[in-house]
Design a protein around this ligand. Sequence first.
Ligand code: NI
Length: 254
Amino acid sequence: MEFFDSHSHFNDEKFNEDREEIINLMYKENITKTVCIGYNLKQSKKAVEISKNTAFIYATCGISPNDIEDFNEKNLREIEKLSHNDKVVAIGEIGLDYYWNKENKEKQKELFIKQIEIANKLNKPIVIHTREAVMDTLEILKKHPVNKKGIFHCCPLNVELIKEGLKLGFYISFSGNITFKNAKSEETVSIVPNERILIETDSPYLSPEPYRGRRNTPSNVKLVAKRVAEIKKVSIEEIAEITYRNAMKIYDIN
Ligand code: NI
């Protein structure tokens, strides 16, 4: 049984002390692929560097709405240049976040749209970060279609968003949030068809139960798989296989 953690941040400084060790451990525990996600220029460069050094780690490049201070034309050109690389499998994480930032909505939208344009130019999918911004995110995706589609990462447990996202052809990636008590995981996980579901850790953030609050690592993707398997009433082996296959497909990895 092998797992694909569709979204992690080995570029994060929380891994500076033991990055190699955790990467080796993850592989030993059968998490045999992950994508190191960029979120600003510096961390996109770092993600590419990590992907160069490790065969089973891929990368994305992008400027997230929470790193809006990185938004200028020069940096966008850099992101595009960095993404001209076989190990860069998507543009992301990009999107809208009105939870942390309400004051610059227009600027966030502009940055999101400009990076959709980069994805379309390079023919790559996108990894979407959306928080408290469901309507605006969907509106942008409808007005600015992404050729290669993409992934709703750490998907908010919002039935409307998931239904609309699926209609637009996107994949839905669940993280440790589905293991939390009171999470609306049953009603949201169960509406995602097998061919569109992904699992992720978002390491080092968002540890699943029973490790909530501690540093997360890709090994914990098994706990997310276990919860999905419970809800869908199938074996964890089946969820491992389905989500692995889906991640290979959307990230176009052979
Ligand atoms: Ni993330």
